[in-house]
Design a protein around this ligand. Structure first.
Ligand code: V47
Length: 369
């Protein structure tokens, strides 16, 4: 261990934090209980120390490069059969805020944004029978004809499960078709919190935690990479967060194909859960990031969605273990509709922000974030 790390361990505010810092910096894995003790820190100097530790671990593991992409978010529809309590995005037929884009309209959107400015198209939507396999074959074909280099990051396990049931085929068959049509990777959405009783309260009718993770593992076995999220700052406990992190870590031990972990701070605007403020349990966002970096010793990338937390706070999270500043987030709607930040960013703005943290921006072209 180098001198800087030895000094940093010595400066930790308590013997227990020193012991955990020593473990992390020697490359040893933290247990559930150890992660929980870090997340339970409440004194500002302890929280700061844990964030500093996560920053050191990040530097040792992945250096100073910060990834970002130039992404267009494409939402074919917000019509959805589910009624998730945290969701401000979904609509039912006849609602004013409902939309449905035909593949032609979706293509027009990509052309309008200038495909030469984009590195990836991020596609997710509601569970809706008109968005079936014929729809995606048409849409993916149009994207690949615009540019074969555009990375298609599309659909969550929840949608793959829906498509398999809709067409009465296996999820593996759905993946194989989508891969043939140009699917590049899976985004991280739909994970919410991988603890059954909380998940049932947040998202009644959604596939279970085990089903969700099994579909990621299946995608990985077929050669796809994926991201995975964690929705926090709602009704979950610290134990629930640690359970989520440990379940993700276990799958990654088996498959190795989660590229990026993404904590998502719950946005309260215009959804059922956000109205029940008395039930919400606020967390320290930097601490959740730091503990994620320290627990997930087998996932390389930790992503900040600046539109979920604000640009300033997002930049601070780059000092708490994160090494990915997401993307231009062009036309992002899920968090924009829940009260998130909507700012037009281009790749020059992103590079400028990342450089302002004395870090090295790197634009990814192949869904590496
Ligand atoms: O699955 C929904 C979450 C997810 C709210 O993989 C909410 O690169 C906070 O997964 N407050 C979709 N979160 C977004 C997502 C994503 C975004 C950008 C990049 C990537 C990636 C993935 O957003 C949903 C859900 O978990 N969500 N409502 C809300 N009110």
């Amino acid at each position: 261990m180098d001198v800087a790390n030895v000094n940093a361990i010595d400066e930790m505010p308590s013997a227990s934090l020193q012991a955990l810092a020593n473990k992390c910096l020697s490359g040893e894995r933290l247990s559930f209980e150890e992660g929980l003790s870090l997340l339970n820190c409440s004194q500002p100097e302890d929280i700061q120390a844990v964030c500093h530790l996560a920053d050191m671990v990040r530097r040792e593991k992945v250096g100073d490069v910060v990834h970002f992409a130039s992404s267009l978010f494409l939402y074919p529809t917000n019509l959805c059969e589910l009624n998730c309590q945290f969701c401000s995005f979904y609509a039912k037929p006849g609602w004013k805020k409902a939309w449905f884009l035909t593949p032609e309209q979706a293509e027009a959107k990509i052309l309008q944004h200038g495909p030469e400015n984009l590195t990836e198209i991020h596609i997710v939507g509601g569970l809706w029978r008109d968005c079936n396999l014929d729809y995606y074959q048409d849409l993916f074909g149009r994207i690949k004809r615009i540019s074969p280099h555009l990375h298609i990051k599309a659909l969550t396990p929840v949608e793959y499960d829906f498509l398999a049931k809709l067409h009465n085929i296996s999820i593996e068959q759905v993946f194989l078709k989508m891969m043939e049509w140009g699917l590049g990777s899976l985004p991280g959405g739909g994970a919410e919190i991988l603890v059954e009783d909380i998940r049932r309260k947040l998202a009644p009718g959604k596939i279970s935690s085990d089903e969700f993770l099994a579909i990621h593992a299946l995608a990985h076995r077929l050669g796809l990479h994926s991201n995975i999220t964690m929705l926090f700052n709602h009704i979950e406990s610290h134990e629930d967060i640690l359970t989520h992190l440990c379940k993700v870590r276990d799958v990654q031990d088996q498959t190795g194909k989660f590229r990026t972990f993404i904590p998502l701070k719950f946005g309260q605007k215009d959804n059922a859960l956000g109205k029940r403020i008395e039930r919400l349990k606020a967390k320290s966002v930097p601490l959740v990031y730091a503990v994620s970096r320290l627990m997930l010793d087998n996932i390389r990338n930790l992503k900040v969605l600046w539109n979920y937390v604000g640009v300033e706070e997002g930049l601070e999270l780059l000092d708490c273990g994160a090494n990915d500043f997401s993307s231009t987030n062009t036309e992002e709607k899920v968090i924009a509709m829940a009260g998130g930040v909507s700012i037009k960013m281009d790749r020059t703005d992103m590079m400028h922000l990342i450089r302002s943290k004395q870090r090295i921006p790197y634009l990814t072209h192949s869904g590496a974030t």
